[in-house]
Write a new protein. Structure first.
Length: 168
């Protein structure tokens, strides 16, 4: 597992799992799911800054941002009434490691909005607390991409089927 984008054809991979917006290419893409995102921080952070009642309450709080080329500074969300909004909170840290950012959040350094799978262990342990559960944060799609013209093996088909079933 790596955040590095691989060249499936040149490097001989059967498939890759990609999260985000896919660039136009000759690869064959299959959407598996949209990843649910959570707004989280440590209990101590919420004690200090107050538990937000709306996404606008996050506007001035220190933000721990996962940095990719695809993701911008703004956080897009949908309110419970279905209206959309955007906030651009001040960034305390930008990193390309969800694990690192999770540790920063656990240490009370800011809040983050990340896929549920990144923060799930910390939510289960109580080290992080999710807020605004009635809001939907702009999620990213998870895709499996295949090189063009290469027939999948039974092993690859079984893996894809297992992944789809697990993430349904």
């Amino acid at each position: 597992m790596s955040d590095r984008t691989v060249d499936l054809v040149q490097e001989g991979f059967d498939l890759a799992i990609r999260i985000g917006e896919l660039a136009d290419s000759t690869l064959i893409a299959r959407k598996i799911t949209t990843l649910r995102h959570c707004a989280v921080a440590s209990p101590a952070f919420w004690d200090t800054h107050g538990v937000p009642q709306t996404a606008d309450d996050l506007r001035s709080l220190p933000f721990l941002r996962y940095q990719t080329l695809q993701r911008r500074n703004a956080l897009n969300f949908e309110r419970p009434d279905g209206t959309s909004g955007t906030i651009s909170p001040p960034q305390r840290v930008r990193a390309s490691s969800g694990d690192f950012l999770s540790q920063m959040a656990v240490a009370g350094q800011g809040f983050m909005v990340e896929p549920e799978f990144v923060v799930a262990p910390h939510l289960q342990s109580g080290a992080l607390v999710e807020v605004l559960t009635d809001h939907s944060w702009h999620g990213l799609n998870l895709y499996i991409v295949f090189p063009p013209g290469k027939r999948a093996t039974r092993h690859v088909d079984a893996f894809v089927e297992c992944l789809e079933r697990a993430l349904r």
